[in-house]
Design a protein around this ligand. Structure first.
Ligand code: NDP
Ligand SMILES: O=C1O[C@H](COP(=O)(O)O)[C@@H](O)[C@H](O)[C@H]1O
Length: 504
């Protein structure tokens, strides 16, 4: 029997093995670690996806014994895991977990960490891979990377690979992102750096690539000749909760548009990559970002939530939230009109909007096709004809739907839109993994496809930075929308022609 020929296009899709690894979480007692990272590790352990030799080390400020760290981590997993934990798996995952206390600027922390890492190597009889996860406030990212470098913890030794996973936000301006890249890359090679954008770990976001590049029927339509406009929505019903300290410095534009929403846009607009290796995919995404100019003032809009209702309860406005300064000028809603100025997309408006305390949590991309050139059904027959839409829903009902014009049953010729739907839940009958499960595994494997490259993050900032600066300079009173509403009607002004925002 002849062997199947090697398929060069499969490059990047074959699963790299996960070598024995020590994962070090800086900020291991923080909110993200408790709600997302530790539960993700548990679920990977439950599925047998972690390497046989896997160790966890937590590093944070407060003093505590190894056993106390392990007990708190177990409690966090019991509270936040997507599946009820099996106590045996939990015990095996955390039995040897270590904890290193101290402040991130203290050299002795890194010496203590080195001792633990060396002890794991010695017990294994081989140099183990190291993955350092920086789940800390962004000001510590360069501090930690430089300290790891000084202690020679970032060097590969023999078979060992060393990788550093960096949380968001990656800078709060273009200049900061450039400075951070420069500092990080003075210690590490780009191939060792994994900048997280958790949207890329979502199944439905990756499904956009499958949908576009595994089906021949849509790709010929994905261009300016057939598409009228694209709307990307990331609405949330929650407020800022206890995150005023972070959010009041960030605002909606930096928090969601600069990263997650631009990622959705690049995946929708990119050219087919030669293969699915990290650099081929990311280079195509960067080309899209380079085609987008910062939007003009009349193509941007911001607002902030006022008092209203959420889940039937009265809720305060943004200015009344704990920790928000009375003179805050931070937006909780941002809308932009962008253009991707290349052969495929020139002339197609891309509308992006995000907001907290809106009517519902929805993350979706709605692609609206051009209307048919001529309607032959007379005025009564044609009244219900609407342009086709293709909707990618990331949350809450993950799937893809397509609206088509269909004849209403009866003796007359009348048309109305109907939906064809693919829903993840019913098609695959399985629960999707959390984004962090996929991303932690990929980083441990050294697969950077779903992580943001240095030039990519800077290209994102080049689009957003001028808007951030303009908004900081303009002191006009922010428009308020009631909590629980569809958002500010003034945001309609950036839509072109007869375009309308979809209902949230
Ligand atoms: N929370 C979330 O939902 C999300 C968070 N992120 C990002 O993840 C990162 C972490 O966020 P989050 O977990 O919410 O932050 P938290 O404030 O909840 O946690 C911070 C962690 O860092 C430790 N820490 C703080 N200061 C020091 C210091 N000087 N020296 C040593 N340890 C210190 C804390 O230790 P101790 O407890 O001992 O004080 C704690 O473990 C941030 O970059 C954030 O932007 C990204 C997406 C979502
Ligand atoms: O990064 C962030 O994302 C969340 C929304 O993430 P999702 O996976 O629930 O869609 C957002 O609430 C938060 O403000 C932001 O920092």
């Amino acid at each position: 029997m002849s062997e199947a020929p090697e398929n060069p296009l499969a490059k990047g899709l074959e699963r790299l093995p996960v070598h024995p690894t020590v994962l070090v979480i800086f900020g291991a007692t923080g909110d993200l670690a408790k709600r997302k990272l530790l539960p993700a590790l548990y679920n990977l352990a439950h599925e047998g996806a972690l390497p046989e030799r896997f160790h966890l080390i937590g590093v944070s400020r407060r003093e505590k014994a190894h056993e106390d760290f392990a007990a708190e981590a177990a409690e966090a997993i019991r509270s936040f895991s997507r599946r009820e934990p099996d106590e045996k798996v939990l015990e095996a995952l955390l039995a040897e977990a270590k904890y290193v206390p101290g402040t991130f600027d203290d050299e002795s922390v890194y010496r203590g960490l080195k001792e633990q890492l060396d002890a794991f190597d010695e017990a294994a009889g081989q140099p183990l891979n190291r993955a350092f996860y920086l789940s800390t406030a962004p000001e510590f990212f360069p501090v930690i990377v430089e300290a790891l470098g000084n202690e020679e913890l970032t060097k590969a030794a023999g078979e060992r690979e060393v990788r550093v996973i960096i949380e968001k936000p990656f800078g709060t301006t273009l200049a900061e992102a450039q400075d951070l890249n420069q500092r990080v890359l003075s210690v590490l090679d780009e191939s060792q750096v994994f900048r997280i954008d958790h949207y890329l770990g979502k199944e439905t976001v990756q499904n956009m690539l499958a949908f576009r590049f595994a089906n021949s029927m849509f790709e010929p339509l994905f261009n300016r000749n057939f598409i009228d406009n694209v709307q990307i929505t990331a609405s949330e019903d929650i407020g800022i909760g206890t995150r005023a300290g972070y959010y009041d410095h960030a605002g909606a534009l930096r928090d969601l548009v600069q990263n997650h929403m631009l990622q959705l846009l690049t995946l929708l607009c990119m050219e087919p990559p030669v293969d699915f290796s990290a650099d081929e995919v990311r280079s195509e995404k960067v080309k899209v970002l380079h085609s987008i100019r910062p939007p003009h003032r009349d193509a941007t809009f911001r607002a902030r939530y006022g008092p209203g209702t959420a889940a039937g309860e009265d809720v305060p406005g943004y200015l009344q939230e704990d920790g928000v300064p009375a003179d805050s000028h931070t937006e909780t809603y941002a809308a932009l009109r962008l253009h991707v100025e290349n052969w495929r997309w020139a002339g197609v408006p891309f509308y992006l909007r995000t907001g907290k305390r809106l009517a519902r949590k929805v993350t979706e991309i709605a692609v609206t096709f051009k209307p048919v050139p001529h309607l032959a059904f007379g005025s009564e027959g044609s009244v219900g004809v609407k342009p086709n839409q293709l909707i990618f829903t990331m949350q809450p009902n993950e799937g893809v739907s397509m609206s088509l014009g269909a004849k209403i049953p009866g003796t007359r010729m009348r048309i109305r839109p109907v939906n064809m739907e693919f829903l993840y839940g019913t098609a695959f009958m399985s629960q999707s993994p959390e984004a962090y499960e996929r991303l932690i595994m990929d980083a441990m494997r050294g697969d950077a496809t779903l992580f943001t490259r240095n030039d990519e993050v800077e290209a994102q900032w080049r689009i957003i930075d001028p808007v951030v600066r303009r908004w900081e300079d303009e002191a006009e009173t922010l428009v308020e929308y009631p909590s629980g509403s569809q958002g500010p009607p003034e945001a309609n002004e950036l839509l072109l022609g007869d375009d309308e925002w979809r209902a949230i």
